[in-house]
Write a protein that binds this ligand. Structure first.
Ligand code: NOJ
Length: 515
């Protein structure tokens, strides 16, 4: 396990939209390098960069055309070198995005695989044995290749699935077994890509759709085995490099697959959604909502067994948001966002802050889809730095920007938030700072529930010597709490403790030391 993960706080950067240094309207690697001090100033000591590889950008770069080449629009190998060198000199770490499940249909492997002539790439993707073979349980692209067969896609139509074989072979005429030579060759090709960048000096990967490798693998047994084998490679040759899974199943990702971290994703009605993002019939049913209709117990029943099962071998990663879902202001007001951040950054695991969430950047609803973003486009708009042209993102004319910047008068920016004691920025940087100052608020203590009852407020939990209370509802709350407040560490709103009762006012949060 890389040691640095214990104290890691990540910042996710969607490179297109972060900072444009060459005035072409799109963010670039030099822009990330220039803003490293800013990221460090937030308290984030690690970065996840969304894909920066050569791509036709049908899915914002998750459609890789050349695994070993940096997209021209982001820069060159030398730019990445500079970014890594500077980050490392600042004791920061950088993860690239690894897309193991599919490539672009313009990738040279696929260009060979779709030809009638057999080659070493014929088995790199999943083709049926002839075009008339198109079982409806698979998502297939039919009749568009010279090769007589249809191919399976993993995501959009332009993203053919790589062939790691099938765990349960139901059509032996065209399905390779997961332990066949052809399937193993794909896993080796993936390792070769990983080695390329790890040898270059990157600190690991965020792994896209990590559960999507072997097909007909319901329990993900063969898929986890591939990752476990990759973990062996990492432990042996790259012991300081880290892998975080886009999986949301710590047992499979961390325990069986050997991932160091696994994201707690926003899945329909799961624990994450119940805390932060549950809208039902137009009503907000999240725990983090002023209307007080949420249920923290649901989250705890899901989270605690996962945490207990994996706490000694890996980390669950709670994120403020990511590039795939609406930003928080779509669900919460600013007060509630602050409370949610206060909780997220005082939980065990390795937390992730999505760029712009430190400002409460808004979800833009009126945008036309960009590069396969569709409803996700509104969470991918340019970072809002200051009140200058294009909110400081780029010197290009506004019509040349990758996406328009927030045009509202009151668009939050770093400039207008950083000295405001009540801003989201100030709140989240304060709480991250505390996480670093008091390691028990991070990964140097256990997590125990003090109060987390079905459909009740507040939620209270213990991190070592500290007790933490959060009440996102609009009603004042009180719970029995017999411990003494030895020190007030942090408060949002109002809270009091008299040795018998904890009183947590509406929209409030507190950390107290009790031991
Ligand atoms: C998950 C990524 O986060 C998303 O942006 C992408 O479109 C799909 N995987 C496909 O790679």
């Amino acid at each position: 396990m890389p040691n640095w993960l214990k104290n890691a706080v990540f910042y996710e950067i969607y490179p297109q939209s972060f900072y444009d240094t060459n005035g072409d309207g799109i963010g670039d690697l030099k822009g990330v390098t220039e803003k490293l001090e800013y990221v460090k100033g937030l308290g984030c000591n690690a970065i996840w960069l969304n894909p920066i590889y050569d791509s036709p950008f049908m899915d914002a770069g998750y459609d890789v055309r050349d695994h070993k080449k940096i997209a021209q629009r982001y820069g060159t190998d030398a730019d990445l070198r500079e970014l890594l060198d500077k980050a490392h000199s600042m004791d920061m770490h950088i993860l690239l995005d690894l897309v193991p499940g599919h490539t672009s249909d313009t990738h040279p492997w696929f260009q060979e695989a779709k030809k009638a002539k057999k080659s070493e790439f014929s088995d790199r993707y999943i083709f049926t044995n002839c075009v008339w073979e198109a079982p409806s349980e698979y998502r297939l692209m039919c009749g568009i290749c010279e090769r007589d067969g249809n191919y399976l896609v993993n995501y959009f139509s332009s993203q053919p699935a790589l062939n790691y074989g099938f765990y349960n072979v139901t059509h032996p005429q065209w399905q390779l077994a997961h332990d066949s030579e052809g399937a193993k060759a794909t896993a080796e090709a993936l390792k070769d890509v990983m080695r390329h960048w790890l040898d270059f000096g990157v600190d690991g990967f965020r792994v896209d759709m990590a559960d999507s490798l072997v097909k007909n693998d319901d329990e993900k047994i063969a898929t986890s085995a591939i990752w476990k084998d990759i973990r062996k490679m990492m432990d042996k040759d790259y012991p300081n490099a880290a892998l975080v899974a886009e999986w949301c199943h710590p047992e499979r990702a961390i325990k069986n697959g050997g991932f160091h971290m696994d994201f707690y994703l926003d899945h329909p009605r799961n624990g994450y959604a119940r805390l932060f993002r549950l809208l039902e019939n137009g009503e907000n049913m999240s725990f983090f909502s002023k209307n007080g209709k949420g249920d923290v117990k649901f989250f705890l029943d899901e989270y605690i067994p996962r945490y207990e099962m994996t706490k000694d071998i890996g980390y669950i990663s709670i994120m403020t948001n990511n590039h795939d879902m609406p930003r928080a202001p779509f669900y919460m007001d600013n007060d509630t966002i602050k409370l949610s951040h206060a909780m997220m950054f005082t939980m065990p695991g390795v937390p992730f802050l999505y760029y712009g969430d430190e400002l409460g950047m808004r979800y833009q609803t009126e945008l036309v889809s960009k590069e396969g973003g569709f409803s996700r486009t509104g969470s991918r708009t340019p970072m809002q730095w200051d009140s200058s042209e294009n909110l400081g993102f780029s010197k290009a004319s506004a019509d040349k920007l990758y996406l328009p910047v927030d045009s509202k008068e009151d668009a939050p920016t770093v400039e207008n938030q950083k000295d405001d004691p009540d801003s989201i920025y100030t709140n989240v940087t304060n709480i991250i700072k505390l996480r670093h100052e008091i390691p028990q608020l991070g990964n140097e203590s256990s997590f125990e529930v003090i109060y987390g009852e079905k459909e009740k407020y507040p939620f209270a939990y213990r991190r070592g010597d500290y007790a933490i209370f959060v009440n996102p509802s609009a009603k004042d709350t009180s719970i029995p709490f017999a411990e003494k407040e030895l020190e007030r560490v942090y408060t949002i709103g109002k809270a009091s403790f008299d040795g018998k009762t904890a009183r947590i006012s509406a929209s409030s949060f507190a950390i107290i030391r009790t031991k």
